[in-house]
Design a protein around this ligand. Structure first.
Ligand SMILES: *Cc1c(COP(=O)(O)O)cnc(C)c1O
Length: 234
């Protein structure tokens, strides 16, 4: 396992890079660092928490359910950032504070129902994941359908839509990812205009391209390898 002080040093470096990108973009607002902790053991997650991280993103409901018992004392927000199948929506509503990868009305409906059954306070926070790449295999709602999807989800009683998320194609050169970030921001701006909802959250940017994402308006970045090093195969 990667040593805890290495994780701490990596986080410092990432925070410095975020601060620099924020300055370059002349942004005064806060940018939330979400540590993408899929495949990482509880010890590594705890080390990141001790180094100041308060938001974590997990990809699989089951994996997080397995680690959760070891980390229940941490005052952190847990985000689901991986694809959610509708048959796991009930468990996701129970295990996460935010579901950042909703791309289908059936999933949203199940989350809504599950939240009502939990009788939890407030609403479950979600983001709509948008497909910014024309590849049928990738997750995310199609841009052409996202307005209708948002309108249906906004009518559900127990969900609060904070904004949008995307996973652009992996391109070595981060500059080539920029158009996808611009696209997500434009989709958000247009949706906010037609719906009257604020949609302040833009979750975009990963280890190799988050500075570009911040320049294009990201409010949340999801960083895995730059914090934890390589992922353990599962
Ligand atoms: C793993 C993952 C990340 C982080 O990726 P890195 O390149 O390791 O920073 C971000 N978002 C999602 C959805 C992921 O699955």
């Amino acid at each position: 396992m990667i040593r805890p002080n290495t994780i701490g040093e990596n986080i410092l470096r990432v925070q410095e890079r975020i601060a620099r990108a924020r300055e370059k973009a002349a942004r005064g607002d806060e940018i939330t660092l979400i540590a993408a902790s899929k495949t990482q053991p509880a010890d590594a997650i705890r080390a990141a928490y001790e180094a100041g991280v308060r938001h974590f993103g997990e990809n699989r409901v089951q994996e997080w359910e397995g680690k959760r018992g070891l980390l229940g004392d941490l005052q952190a927000s847990w985000h689901l950032i991986g694809h959610l199948q509708s048959n796991k929506a009930g468990r996701a509503a129970k295990a996460f504070h935010c579901v950042d990868s909703v791309d289908d009305f059936g999933v949203a409906e199940r989350l809504d129902r599950a939240w009502a059954e939990l009788k939890a306070a407030g609403k479950l926070r979600i983001l709509i994941e948008v497909r910014v790449e024309d590849e049928a295999t990738k997750s995310g709602a199609e841009i052409s359908g996202v307005r209708a999807l948002l309108e249906r989800i906004a009518a559900l009683q127990n969900l609060a839509v904070g904004g949008l998320m995307c996973i652009p194609p992996f391109l070595e050169d981060a500059e080539r990812v920029r158009p996808y970030f611009v696209q997500l921001r434009r989709v958000r701006d247009e949706l906010a205009r037609v719906s009257g909802l604020a949609l302040p959250v833009l979750s975009m940017g990963m280890s190799h391209d988050f500075e570009v994402a911040i320049e294009e308006g990201a409010t949340q970045v999801r960083i895995g390898t730059a914090i934890f090093g390589g992922r353990v195969a599962i």
